[in-house]
Ligand binder design. Sequence first.
Ligand SMILES: NC(=O)c1ccc[n+]([C@@H]2O[C@H](COP(=O)([O-])OP(=O)(O)OC[C@H]3O[C@@H](n4cnc5c(N)ncnc54)[C@H](OP(=O)(O)O)[C@@H]3O)[C@@H](O)[C@H]2O)c1
Length: 283
Amino acid sequence: MHVLLVGDGQLGSALRNVFEATAQHELTIWRQPTFDMTLPDTADRVADLAPDVVINAAAWTNVDSAESNPDAAYAVNALGPKYLADGCERCGAALVQVSTNEVFPGSSGIFYREYDQTSAVGTYARSKLAGEIAVTRRARRLYLVRVAWLFGSGGANFPAKIIDAADRLGALRVVDDEFGNPTYAPDAARAIVRLIETGRFGVYHLVNEGWCSRHQFAQQVLACSGREQVAVTPISHKEWQRATQPPLHAVLVNQAAAALDIRLRPWAEAVEEYCRQESVPAH
Ligand SMILES: NC(=O)c1ccc[n+]([C@@H]2O[C@H](COP(=O)([O-])OP(=O)(O)OC[C@H]3O[C@@H](n4cnc5c(N)ncnc54)[C@H](OP(=O)(O)O)[C@@H]3O)[C@@H](O)[C@H]2O)c1
C-alpha cells in the first residue's frame, strides 16, 4: 500500500516509526511548513499523489487555546479533513481520520461505544466533531478512529507535564473527578496500521485498556518514573481553573476493533513503557 501520512506530532511520529520499522508499505509524509492542510488545494494535491490510504494525524490539539482561536481550530480540525476527504474520493483512497473522546458529552457513569450519540461542548470538541461530520459525509472508504488522553515521545502531554511539575514544585494537586482512557501513541499507531490492513471501514475507539482519573494517571506516572515520594493531593475540577472544561467522563469502550482482535494493552503498562522509553531521571 502507498500510505500518505499527514502530521508529525505525537501520533504522526509514532506512525512514522511503525511504518519505517516494518517497511511493508510505501510511505509519503506531509507536514508543516511545506504542507498546510487548511489550504483548499489540499484536495488537488491528494488526488494528484493518488495514495491508497491517507492517515490524518494532524490537528489543532491545544484544547484551551482553541477557545480564543476558534477560526484557526476549525480550519485545521474541520476544513482540513474535508479537503483530505475530497481528495481521497477523487482518487479512490481510503481515509483515516483521527478524532477524540471529547466529541461525547461525558455524562457520569456512561462508557461510550463507537455508535453512541455525540454531543460536543467546547470549541476544540465542536471543531473535531465538525471534522467527523465532514469526512463521514464525503469519504466512503473511511476509518474514523477516536483516541483519548494521548501521550507519546516528545509531546506536551499529561505525563510530561506531571514529571515537569513534580520536579519544579515537589508536590502536586491533580483533579480526581475527570475520567478518561490514557492512550499511548505507539500502541495507537500499531493498532491503526493493523486496522488499515483489514480493509474494514468504520468507527473505532483505539484506547489503552481500562480507564482512570487524572489523579490515578498522575500517580502511575510518578511511580513509574521513580518519583513515588512526590505527594499528589486529589482535588475537584472546580478547583483547577482553565479556559474550558473538557467532559468529565468521556470514557471510551473499544468494541469494534476488539471484534477484529485489535486491542491495546492496559493503560498502566503503557505508562510503564513510556517512562522506560523517556527515561526521565528523578532529581
Ligand atoms: N493529544 C491528545 O491528548 C489527544 C486526545 C484525543 C484525541 N487526539 C487527537 O489525536 C490526533 C493526534 O494528536 P497529537 O497529540 O499527536 O497531536 P500533536 O502532537 O499536537 O500534533 C499535531 C500535528 O498536526 C500538525 N498540524 C497542525 N496544523 C496543521 C496544518 N494546518 N497542516 C498540516 N499539519 C498541521 C502539527 O504540526 P506543527 O507541529 O508544525 O504545528 C503537528 O505535527 C489529533 O487528531 C487529535 O485531535 C489527541
